[in-house]
Design a protein around this ligand. Structure first.
Ligand SMILES: [Zn+2]
Length: 342
């Protein structure tokens, strides 16, 4: 028989009231649903016996991005609260309605990671965002926000971070990722809000949606433990912060098909491609090539489409590039910048 602890629901997260050296599980109430009862966000709080920072880790802010949930579950098993310095606040499911509907978006079809910090008196998603930020995220000293690619796409393990911010750069390098993409504090994202409010934050993109991919999950876990060593929350040697395997990109953009048909994307994730290399072919239903899509710059493949049936204007390949180009006006695909996968 497995013992399961009864989980309490609380109005607010009061970290100081929680006993040191223990693991606490609870729901925090956010906005009301149509039954007139609050949505309840599940939290696991590991309160170390020793003093240290409060590190928050959020997963499934897009409800079908699930690798972060397993990462958090594995982390819980790695940590002994008696040995921990500081507090871990783990949020395995951030977008509760989206998770229940197995979809990226919130109930009202809005992307929660575009409306942060929300409004107390706003749209359905905005009210949820407001209480999520104020009851939970505001209590953190650091934030790691775990995501994946969106539906029909696959991702490598990569980091989005504002590399001009010293703390964010350190957090990014501590993950030892395949790829880091330099992203500034985009409007409406959880990461952007946190950075604007003195909570250094990065986004960790872990593979594909709707799945548990244990090799990527284990790599992500290793990065989180490395971060905790750096913050002196757990003992141990910090692993190399920059390896030769890490590619840092100053920009990234999606390439699109112009024609509809059956698309075959040629390079693999994390492959390097050269300028003018053919990265995808679009076929008609008779097997004839209608379009060859060429890379506009040399770069590295961050993500790609894996759903062959494509309409005209489908996202085909997410390319990380180094342009030394400060003006995003000159970056292809910039108009779709806001709807990127973070
Ligand atoms: Zn996401």
């Amino acid at each position: 028989m497995i013992d399961v602890v009864i989980v309490k629901t609380k109005e607010d997260l009061n970290i100081d009231s929680l006993e040191l050296g223990d693991v606490h599980r609870m729901h925090i109430q956010v906005s009301d649903n149509s039954l007139g009862v609050p949505w309840r966000v599940p939290l696991v709080i590991i309160r170390g016996a020793k003093p240290g920072p409060i590190v928050g880790i959020t997963a499934a802010l897009h409800g079908n991005e699930l690798n972060g949930i397993s990462t958090i579950f594995k982390l819980i098993n790695e940590i002994d609260p008696q040995e921990l310095a500081g507090t871990l606040v783990l949020v395995p499911i951030s977008n509760v309605p989206g998770y229940l509907m197995n979809q990226r978006y919130f109930l009202d079809g809005v992307d929660l990671n575009r409306v942060m910090p929300g409004k107390e008196k706003g749209a359905t998603s905005s009210i949820y965002a407001h209480f999520f930020i104020n009851k939970i995220i505001r209590k953190f000293n650091y934030l790691l926000d775990l995501h994946t690619a969106s539906h029909g796409k696959v991702n490598s393990l990569y980091i989005r971070a504002d590399l001009d911010n010293e703390d964010c750069r350190t957090l990014a390098y501590l993950q030892n990722p395949q790829i880091i993409v330099k992203k500034y504090d985009e409007n409406g994202t959880l990461r952007g809000w946190a950075n604007d409010h003195g909570i250094p934050a990065i986004t960790i993109e872990i593979g594909n949606p709707n799945a548990f991919q244990h090799s990527l999950i284990d790599e992500t876990l290793e990065g989180i433990l490395n971060t905790m060593r750096y913050l002196k929350m757990i003992p141990g040697t910090i692993k190399d912060m920059v390896t030769d395997d890490t590619t840092v990109c100053d920009h990234s953009y999606w390439m699109y098909s112009n024609r509809g048909g059956i698309v075959d994307v040629l390079p693999d994730l994390a492959d390097e491609v050269s300028k003018n290399e053919i990265i995808a072919k679009v076929y008609d239903v008779f097997g004839q090539v209608k379009e060859e899509i060429k890379a506009k710059h040399s770069g590295i493949v961050i993500g790609k489409n894996v759903r062959p049936n494509c309409d005209a204007g489908t996202r085909i390949l997410h390319l990380g590039v180094n342009l030394m180009e400060p003006n995003p006006e000159n970056i292809p695909g910039h108009s779709d910048y806001e709807s990127d996968s973070e």
